[in-house]
Structure formats: C-alpha cells, structure tokens
Design a protein around this ligand. Structure first.
Ligand SMILES: Cc1cc2nc3c(=O)[nH]c(=O)nc-3n(C[C@H](O)[C@H](O)[C@H](O)COP(=O)(O)OP(=O)(O)OC[C@H]3O[C@@H](n4cnc5c(N)ncnc54)[C@H](O)[C@@H]3O)c2cc1C
Ligand SMILES: N[C@@H](Cc1c[nH]c2cc(Cl)ccc12)C(=O)O
Length: 517
C-alpha cells in the first residue's frame, strides 16, 4: 500500500496535486507538501482550458468561492491576431461546429466562398460576437447564456476531463500566485501538511527508489510516493533519478519569454473575455485580462531575438503603462520526460513536460497528470503495467499538443521575417505530414487528427486551418450535390442568437464586479 505522499514544490502543480489527492482519498492518505520560501515559482500560467472546472468541481468549490480571491475572469476563446497578415484576427472559441446534413458549418462556409465577407468564425459560431462585445457568459442571476450548453452546472459530478464528451463554453483566467495561495489555504485546512523549507538532498535506497528528503530546517521527510513539482528544475525525477528529457525544440523553437503585470481600471476600460495571442516578428505576445490587471508576455525564440530586444518589443506593445514595471524573464524547457513516472517518483507540472503557452496547456497537463495518477494509483506491488500505462498517456498527451501547436506555425500564412520563414521549413513531428496532406483535401471532423487523447477535438484543428489560411483549396465535392437549405437555416440561427445574446448578457466587468461583492 502507498501510505503517504510527499510533494516537493508549492507552485500551481504542487497545490493542485495536494488538494486533488486530499479530495480523492481524504484522511486515508496523508499528504505532505514541502515548498521553499526562497526558490520562486515561475510566476505565470494564467489562462486555462474549459475542463479546469472539473478540478474546482472535484474540490467542491463554486465560482463565487474562488474566483474573487484569484482576480479571475472568463475566457470564451483565444483571439489570434496578425497570424495570417497584419490587422487580421479570428477566434478559437470553446464551441464545437454545428452540423448540417452531416457536414460542419465550416465546410458549408467554404462552399459559400466566404459568406459575403463574414469571417468563418463569425458566421459559424456564437462566441466571437460575445467576445467582440466583451460580454459575460452568464446572466446576473448566474444562469449560463445558453441552457442547452449547460451540462450540470455547479452540481458535484467528479468527472475527469477525458470523460467529458460535450464542449463547455468557457474557461478562466486567474492570477497564478493568488491561486496557489488560495489552494494552499484550502489544502492545509483540509489536512495537507505544509512544510516551508528547502529540500537540500534527496536520498535513495539500495534499489535507487527515493527513501527520504533532507530539508534545511525540518530534518528528514519520509514517504512512499514522491511527487516532483519543482518546476523546470526537475529536482527529483531528472536531477536525482537521472531520467532523460526529450526536447521538442526541433519542431517548437520558442524557448524564452518575458512577462509584465500591467494594472488596469476594469470599470473604465471594460474586460475582454478572451486571451489574445498577437503574432510578432520573432514569436507572439499573450494578453490575459484579469480583474484589475493584465498579464502579458512575449514568447520568442532565442535563435531569432535577444532578451533585451524582446523586452523592448513587449514594452512598446503595452505602451506608456509599461513604464516602471518590472519584467520577468523566463527560460522555458520545451519537451517532456522520457517517462514522467520512474520508480516511486511522479513528476507533475513543468517538471514533467511543457510546450510553449500558445494554447494555454500548462495547467491542463497538470490536471491530466493528477487525474491519471488517481486512475493508475499504485498498490503494494507497484504494478509496472500501471506505471507504463500512465507514462504512455502522459507522453501521448504532450505529443498531441506538440502536433497541434506545430500546426499553428506551419499553417500561419505569415512568412515575412526570418522567424516566420523558418517556421515553414522546419521538421514536422512523425505522422503529421500525412495528416496535413489529408487536411488539404478536407477539413478534419470526427477523425483524422492525432489519435490519442490530448485535449483538442478535431474542430480546434479545423478552426486553426481556416483562421490561419491553410484550408482546403476546393469545396467538398459532396456539398455540390447537397441541398444547402439546412445549412442556411443554421447560419441564420447563429446570427440571430449572437445578436440576441449580445443584447441580453451583461458586460463581463459588471458581472465580475458583482461577484467580487
Ligand atoms: C511563459 C509561460 C507562460 C505560461 N502560461 C500558461 C498559461 O497561460 N496557461 C497555463 O495553463 N499554463 C501556462 N504556463 C505553465 C504554468 O506556468 C505552469 O504549468 C504552472 O505554473 C505550474 O508550475 P509548477 O508548479 O510546475 O512550477 P513552479 O511554479 O516553478 O513551482 C516550483 C516550486 O518548486 C519549489 N521548489 C523548487 N526547488 C525546491 C527545493 N529544492 N526545495 C523546496 N521547494 C523547491 C519552488 O519553491 C516552487 O514552489 C506558462 C508557463 C510559462 C513558462
Ligand atoms: N477540450 C479542451 C480544449 C479546447 C477546446 N476548445 C478550446 C479553445 C481554446 Cl481557446 C483552448 C482550448 C480548447 C477544452 O474544452 O478546454
């Protein structure tokens, strides 16, 4: 039996893991978390997947209980700016494509040759209109904008992400440091033992398994299962157990970021309910609106841009408000461990693997890692079949996302700087070239994408192909033989629904101001 768990690291990964394990096993499994008062957390990681609500749901937390403390806001989409050409944008929304006569509205949009100049995302989806109008996805009474999309609300269900088969229409932005503080408080009140100290040594037994940690002031800490949440350092898995790290840098070259925290006046400026990813000469800039400030950062490749140039670029993007703000420069380790679980040590979070934050997957990987850990939880014999299955799932999840992100650069019509030119010539992950050829003939729908669970549905691929300008050159032949009346009805429905919702829903800042109380 695993009788105790010891987590090293008190960032988002450490505290999400500690609280999730307590919520799952309660007092039957003691959890200790050791975090350093001196080694800082990475300090970023503010945009999420819609499925993160299963995590809060699992902990029994409703939005009003955690969102105000974390300055959280809603995210209905990612807005991509300038990836196709200067001044162009489109949204990747948390909304599946509607279907008419067996074909998605995106196929029908291609057939119509662009529907009188309406972008595909405006024509096929409701959420882009709510984004442009800066609307909240909920009415003041807390009711979700579309009842039919509401899959159970705040009722506790304890489903995991990979078991969800609907698309929930929004995710969250939050302040990462505040979330860690909130979860630390929540966790310690529910029995997580918190040790504020530095781990100075990790000791192994004769088999090479971790026996205990040595801390600066609290002596030895023993446990059965050790979770490495030490961030890019990988103190337990890489430094102690020597597990190899497989770099993704050959296909995803962005290896640095510089971030700023910009105060805002939400009442005067309003709040966009989306993350923005703006393409720049050697990378892209994120803009994440929180309640009271904006988190922003330039993600770039050190092959093409120096940290000084990147900071200058970011400051000029932000404008006068950037003056006097301190920049946080970050080196990113892009890739995954060959295995995230070795012997009695499991790495979760940045210590397990990471790809650049373009589709906000960092916290998703954490949640996936801990959900799968519970599903593969070891017994007395530490069955290698469970460990192998866990490692396969984690590896496939990261590799699927690697492919989805590679698509962003390969499909982007932009090729005007050395950085964007090189993106068109770089190697592709195995199997992707063939899939890409398939998408040149027809948009992905039920299948045709990376085949293992990695969080993204085929519709996300279709959105990126259309938005970035890499869609099939000809209309699907079957559509020439179909009556388009049903598709017309659906396009009209999207338009009517968008107009009605923009008129009915409150502004996001007004909704959140009430939630703040
Ligand atoms: C530029 C950038 C942008 C990102 N944006 C997003 C985003 O928008 N959305 C998203 O989902 N994810 C994002 N991420 C990922 C996200 O930041 C991380 O997944 C998340 O913060 C988890 O970090 P962590 O807890 O693994 O590591 P860290 O935050 O680095 O925490 C490491 C912890 O280990 C402790 N520690 C280290 N060594 C020791 C020691 N010897 N003894 C004791 N304690 C120790 C530290 O004190 C700290 O508490 C982004 C990442 C980067 C780099
Ligand atoms: N199924 C995941 C992934 C996802 C689906 N659509 C989007 C849109 C954006 Cl902007 C990010 C992520 C996603 C989820 O529901 O979050």
């Amino acid at each position: 039996m695993v009788n105790s768990v010891v987590i090293v690291g008190g960032g988002t990964a450490g505290w999400m893991t500690a609280t999730y394990l307590r919520a799952t096993f309660g007092d039957r499994l003691p959890v200790t978390l050791v975090e350093s008062a001196d080694v800082p957390t990475v300090g970023v990681g503010e945009a999420t997947f819609s499925t993160v609500r299963h995590f809060f749901d699992y902990l029994g937390l409703a939005e009003h209980e955690w969102m105000p403390s974390c300055n959280a806001s809603y995210k209905l989409a990612i807005r991509f700016e300038n990836w196709r050409g200067t001044g162009e944008h489109f949204y990747h929304p948390f909304e599946r494509l509607r279907v008419a006569d067996g074909f998605s509205l995106a196929d029908w949009w291609l057939k119509s040759g662009g529907r009188d100049g309406r972008r595909f995302d405006e024509a096929c989806y409701v959420l882009p209109a709510l984004c442009e109008a800066k609307r909240s996805p909920k009415h003041f009474d807390g009711e979700l904008f579309e009842r039919s999309l509401h899959d159970g609300g705040d009722r506790l269900r304890r489903t995991t992400m990979s078991q969800q088969d609907t698309q929930f229409p929004y995710a969250y932005h939050f302040d990462a440091a505040r979330l860690a503080t909130f979860l630390a408080d929540f966790g310690t009140r529910r029995g997580v033992r918190r040790v504020l100290d530095d781990v100075v040594e990790v000791r192994q037994d004769d088999r090479g398994w971790i026996s205990h940690l040595v801390t600066r002031e609290h002596g030895e800490i023993r446990g059965d299962l050790f979770i490495d949440c030490t961030g890019f350092r990988g103190l337990l898995l890489n430094k102690t157990l020597g597990e190899d790290f497989v770099s993704f840098q050959d296909v995803l070259p962005n290896d640095r970021a510089v971030a700023l925290r910009v105060p805002t006046d939400v009442e005067r400026e309003g709040m966009a309910p989306y993350t923005t990813a703006s393409a720049r000469d050697s990378g892209w800039i994120w803009t994440i609106p929180l309640f009271g400030r904006i988190g922003t950062g330039y993600v770039y490749s050190s092959q093409f841009c120096s940290p000084e140039e990147a900071e200058k670029e970011l400051r000029s993007f932000v404008g006068p408000r950037a003056e006097g703000l301190e920049a946080n420069h970050i080196r990113m380790r892009i890739g995954r461990n060959r295995r995230s679980w070795v012997k009695n040590c499991v790495a979760v979070g940045l210590s397990s693997g990471f790809v650049e934050p373009l589709e906000s997957t960092g916290i998703f990987f954490i949640q996936h890692g801990i959900e799968q850990l519970v599903k593969h939880f070891p017994g007395e014999d530490w069955d290698p079949a469970l460990v192998d299955a866990y490692n396969d799932r984690v590896a496939c999840c990261l590799e699927g996302v690697r492919e989805f992100l590679t698509l962003h650069y390969r499909a982007a019509a932009r090729a005007d700087t050395p950085y964007w030119k090189a993106a068109k010539e770089r190697a592709l992950p195995e199997g992707m070239a063939e899939r890409l050829r398939g998408w040149e003939a027809r948009l992905p729908d039920g299948g045709g994408v990376y085949p293992y669970y990695h969080g993204f549905d085929p519709y996300s691929y279709a959105v990126m192909l259309l938005g970035l300008g890499h869609h099939p050159a000809r209309v699907h032949p079957a559509l020439e033989l179909l009556d388009g009346a049903e598709a017309e009805r659906q396009f009209a429905d999207v338009r009517r629904q968008s107009e009605r919702l923009v008129a009915e829903l409150p502004a996001q800042h007004a909704y959140l101001a009430r939630l703040q109380g």
